[in-house]
Design a protein around this ligand. Structure first.
Ligand code: AHM
Ligand code: MG
Length: 283
């Protein structure tokens, strides 16, 4: 796994440089979800593919920006599912974006995720790595090198509320939950970038990040393999919870297609219990 972590560190520096130096315009292509791709989406994808191609322990790659599987090594053990530049529509307004990596062993489903990592490209580069045996570890960059800062733990109850999706398309029970958290004193923290939004909650003790089912996106927007399951591991290992609208752990998701999405809720224990009540989930 060390070889993969070293590759992610290299990728982080190269994508950060591309964000700062390269053209921010659109490419001529769209991704497999039909979204127009920025030149930076395409370039970040290429940086990741080229860097992981040197790592012998990786069997396959699956990218949010491409259809299908990219085979690397027959003798490799892991398949890495990644979102090269999550939140890239925020690049032109100079807000933080990120890369997300899910490291799977065997079939691509939640229970086979062995580790996950994400990188935040903000004023500095930061990275979190989670595995099934440890709390997530935070790394920050000083003078262009990653330094291990320490373990990340969520409090039982947070102060922040990050509600995703178009509000006029929310279900009534979801609006009731979000309003009740605000009336308890929760503060709105939502940039529209999943990586910085979930990162803020993790580093500031907790709260609730939600991307619910809506009337325009009944299965939510966020992708299971590249976004939802990797962050579910982070939140569970930090002492929080990550569930869907029926109370199932997101770590138990079994995608039937690599680009499947799911409604998702990440938070500390108090807010997830509040969600279960609002959604009438009895277990
Ligand atoms: P992307 O992978 O195309 O960038 O989309 C994912 C992003 C997430 O970072 C973010 O949480 C979500 O889309 C925001 O969506 P919305 O603008 O609907 O709230
Ligand atoms: Mg994304």
């Amino acid at each position: 796994m060390e070889d993969i972590i070293d590759a992610i560190k290299e990728i982080a520096h190269r994508i950060d440089e591309a964000i700062k130096m390269e053209d921010l315009g659109y490419s001529d292509s769209s991704n497999s979800s039909g979204e127009d791709q920025l030149k930076l989406d395409v370039q970040s994808d290429l940086i990741i593919e080229n860097t992981f191609a040197k790592v012998k322990s990786i069997k396959n790659l699956v990218s949010e920006e491409k259809e299908g599987l990219h085979h690397l090594n027959d003798e490799g053990k892991y398949t890495i599912c990644y979102d090269p530049l999550d939140g890239s529509s925020l690049v032109d307004v100079n807000l933080s974006v990120g890369s997300i990596f899910g490291i799977y062993e065997g079939e691509l489903k939640g229970e086979n995720l062995v580790a996950s990592a994400y990188v935040v490209y903000g004023p500095r580069i930061e990275m979190l790595i989670a595995s099934r045996d440890n709390k997530p570890i935070l790394y920050c960059t000083r003078r262009n090198h990653f330094q291990k800062i320490g373990e990340v733990t969520l409090d039982q109850k947070g102060k922040l509320n990050a509600p995703g999706g178009t509000q006029m398309n929310w279900e009534v029970k979801h609006k009731t939950l979000i309003d009740s958290l605000f009336s308890e004193g929760y503060r709105l923290r939502y940039s529209g970038g999943m990586v910085p939004d979930l990162h803020q909650l993790l580093l500031k003790g907790g709260g609730l990040f939600s991307y619910p089912a809506t009337s325009d996106t009944p299965n939510g927007k966020l992708r299971q393999l590249f976004e939802v399951i990797p962050f579910a591991l982070m939140y569970e290992q930090a002492g929080g919870q990550a569930i869907d609208a029926n109370g199932n752990r997101l770590m138990e998701l079994i995608p039937s297609h690599p680009h499947d999405t799911s409604p998702c809720f990440f938070g500390s224990n108090y807010e997830i219990e509040a969600l279960k009540k609002a959604y009438n989930i009895t277990r």
